[in-house]
Write a protein that binds this ligand. Structure first.
Ligand code: NAP
Length: 248
């Protein structure tokens, strides 16, 4: 058995730890987006595979027997490629994901179906917006230049970002409600824009927004090809032991 973990999330790191503890052979794959990725207790590879063809070749050449797609729910391309390469090579695949966040009483969420819809929803007078979508796709928000954007990034940008008016705060999380309340207050934020990533570490901003009565523009997850999906590491371990029980 050799498990390929497609990573970049806390769930992927938890799985790597669980496999290492059980001495189940595994390789952890990072896209290579951050300067110093979290170290892992299993061998790590970094960088794209070269599309579906590249991933299929990698699966064969590395004798991968199982794929766990534990990428972020918005890593749409990687997840699509994984499904196709798994089908092509006959490699069993399961996704390890976080359930999406659900609104609770007091939340002022406005769901939108993607980045473009989020951008077009931001017409109107200039506001101070916490734009919590990571570094990718920031350029789309150039279309709404009247706002001041607060960006929280993992690494210090090495070049100016493609927005006319912004502040950057560097932090990797997990975040706390007290910390995010202080951040929203300090920057006089009027509105939060974020992706429905799910999970605990990034949910603090939603609790903070609720406590301050702030609206949240919530970008829904992309729709992915059908695949078997579980939400906890225990289910992955069960699958590795008894894959046939899950029909995967
Ligand atoms: P993406 O758009 O779905 O992927 C673009 C390309 O990057 C893929 O086609 C693949 O290149 C490469 N890639 C992505 N994830 C990879 C992985 N784990 N290992 C090797 N190659 C990978 O992905 P993304 O949204 O840019 O996310 C990149 C990474 O950041 C993922 O690992 C994801 O878990 C993590 N992340 C993403 C977000 C987010 O909001 N999107 C948030 C937090 C963390 P090839 O086609 O060449 O194989």
């Amino acid at each position: 058995m050799k498990v390929l973990i497609l990573g970049g999330t806390t769930e992927a790191s938890a799985l790597a730890q669980a496999l290492a503890t059980r001495t189940i052979p595994a390789i952890f794959s990072y896209a290579g987006r951050v300067a110093s990725p979290k170290s892992q207790p299993v061998p790590v590879r970094v960088g794209g595979f070269g599309g579906v063809d590249g991933l299929a070749a990698y699966l064969a050449n590395s004798a991968i027997t199982h794929i766990v797609d534990a990428t972020h729910p918005f890593a749409e391309q990687m997840s699509r490629h994984a499904v196709l390469a798994a089908e092509r090579t006959g490699t069993p695949l399961v996704a390890l994901s976080r359930p999406p966040w659900q609104p609770v009483p007091g939340d002022r969420w406005h769901p939108v179906s993607g980045i473009d819809k989020a951008v077009s929803s931001l017409t109107g007078p200039g506001q101070r917006i916490m734009l919590a979508i990571g570094r990718m796709h920031l350029d789309a928000f150039q279309a709404q230049p009247q706002h001041h954007y607060l960006l929280r990034l993992v690494d210090e940008p090495d070049a100016p970002l493609p927005l006319p008016d912004y502040t950057v705060t560097i932090d990797r999380g997990p975040f706390t409600v007290a910390g995010d309340l202080a951040l929203l207050r300090e920057h006089c934020i009027d509105r939060v824009v974020c992706k429905n990533a799910g999970g605990e570490g990034a949910a603090a901003k939603l609790t903070a927004a609720r406590q301050l009565g702030l609206p949240v523009l919530m970008i829904d997850r992309p729709v992915l090809p059908e695949r078997h999906e579980v939400h906890d590491v225990g289910a992955i371990l069960h699958w590795l032991d008894h894959g046939a029980d899950l029909g995967v």
